[in-house]
Design a protein around this ligand. Structure first.
Ligand code: ADP
Length: 408
């Protein structure tokens, strides 16, 4: 079965083609036959397309377009034409899976995309304007290129958190908020679920018996508390702005600050949105960059604001780990994933430092040793500490396989 995955970001579009030939998906991710990325971040109005194949062929293209559908069409041409060709023609693709950021309350599992599902994704652009619109454009582009009979599956980033109990999901505002769907949805669910399943594999334990905290620390950051394979608490909320400090997002702040800024300083909604989403977090406090690597370099040269940014990041990470710990009532493994979680030994060491009282003990050498899918806890640690390379695209491919075979 050949599965094409589309993963749309605000200014990027990733895609890859997997082949699952066994009767069920293998435990370990196979190398995609073909992978491509469209990136609009470097030059205004120019889509940079980068392609590589399992056979080692690579291709770089630049096309003057801002239009996602056009860029997807050009990107897919490289799947069946030229030196990066991985299949002979489009009809070899059996199913297309899309990462859809917001599935609201209705979508608790991956679903085959129908006119109703498209309408729901469209309605939910109210809650995730940039991402859900990009997802819809991707779905429609695939309809045009492959025709309407090719099955397309939506894999929702919110679905894994649909198991949150009401006490964790409902904000203590007026009850009418609940009736209007204002609640904690949580995000990064595809990554949290993948890491929980992978953690069980690495520990050789049944996921049903495990209590896990997954720390997804990338540009966006969120934690999940996973008990018996279900998400029971998470830090992102109604939007991906809640919770931890992030690259450019503030995370949770006193909502009274927003009232103050609007009332005393005449802030508009757009200005609040821009400051909280794009000018806050590591970038806002350090004044250096959103990228932790640049902040670490600035700290080495004695930059006090960069140090403060890291200190706040760690303080909030530790307090939120504490909150997840309380929701779980115990812990079998702490999992680090995504750009910062997978690569920053410093953040992992600082995050773990205050938890020796629960018997959590990092092995410094293992932590420094660029671990990938490894346990970095000391042998006598009462809690395992795992670094897992998140594989969202592979998780989407697995979900497509399961949805097609009607197993969840
Ligand atoms: P996204 O959320 O956009 O998918 P990633 O998961 O790729 O982001 O994470 C991006 C972040 O990972 C960067 O902003 C950077 O701070 C961090 N990062 C990547 N590599 C390293 C590294 N070697 N050391 C520290 N931080 C890193």
């Amino acid at each position: 079965m050949k599965i094409l995955v589309l993963n749309a970001g605000s200014s990027s579009q990733k895609s890859c083609l997997y082949e699952i030939s066994e009767p069920r998906p293998p435990d370990r991710p196979p190398t995609p036959l073909w992978e491509a990325t469209v990136d609009w971040t470097h030059h205004q109005g120019i889509a940079e397309i980068e392609v590589k194949t399992a056979k080692g062929e690579t291709l770089n293209l630049e096309i003057p377009t801002q239009d996602r559908a056009e860029a997807i069409a050009r990107m897919l041409d490289t799947l069946w034409e030229g030196k990066t060709k991985a299949i002979d023609n489009p009809s070899e693709v059996d199913v297309v899976g899309h990462r859809v950021v917001h599935g609201g309350q209705d979508y608790r599992h991956s679903v085959r995309i129908t006119a109703d599902v498209k309408a729901a994704i469209d309605r939910l652009t109210q809650l995730a304007p940039v991402h859900n619109r990009a997802n819809l454009e991707g779905i429609e582009a695939i309809d045009r290129i492959f025709g309407p009979n090719l099955p397309q599956i939506a894999v929702f980033d919110t679905a894994f958190h649909s198991s949150l109990p009401d006490a964790a999901a409902i904000y203590p505002g007026p009850y009418r908020w609940v009736e209007r769907g204002i609640r904690r949805y949580g995000f990064h669910g595809i990554s949290h679920q993948y890491c929980a399943r992978r953690a069980a594999q690495l520990l050789n334990r049944d996921l049903q018996d495990l209590r896990l905290i997954v720390c997804h620390l990338g540009n966006g950051c969120s934690l999940s508390a996973v008990s018996g394979g279900e998400s029971i608490d998470t830090t992102m909320g109604f939007t991906p702005l809640d919770g931890l400090m992030m690259g450019t997002r503030s995370g949770a702040v006193d909502p009274g600050i927003l009232i103050h800024l609007m009332r005393q300083e005449g802030y508009s909604v757009d200005r609040l949105d821009r400051e909280l989403n794009q000018e806050s977090g590591l970038k806002g406090i350090s004044g250096v960059a959103a990228d932790l690597r640049q902040i670490a370099t600035a700290i080495e040269t004695g930059n006090a604001q960069a140090q403060l940014a890291l200190d706040i990041f760690i303080h909030r990470l530790r307090s939120s780990i504490g909150a997840m710990l309380a929701s779980l009532g115990g812990l079998d493994a702490l999992v680090f994933t995504a750009g910062i979680g997978e690569n920053s030994a410093l953040v992992r060491a600082l995050a773990c430092q205050n938890f020796d009282f629960i018997g959590l003990k990092l092995e410094p050498e293992k932590n420094q040793d660029r671990p990938v899918d490894r346990d970095i806890a000391a042998p006598d640690s009462k809690v395992r500490i795992l670094v897992i390379h998140t594989q969202e695209d592979w998780a989407i491919a697995q979900q497509c396989w399961r949805t097609n075979h009607q197993v969840q």
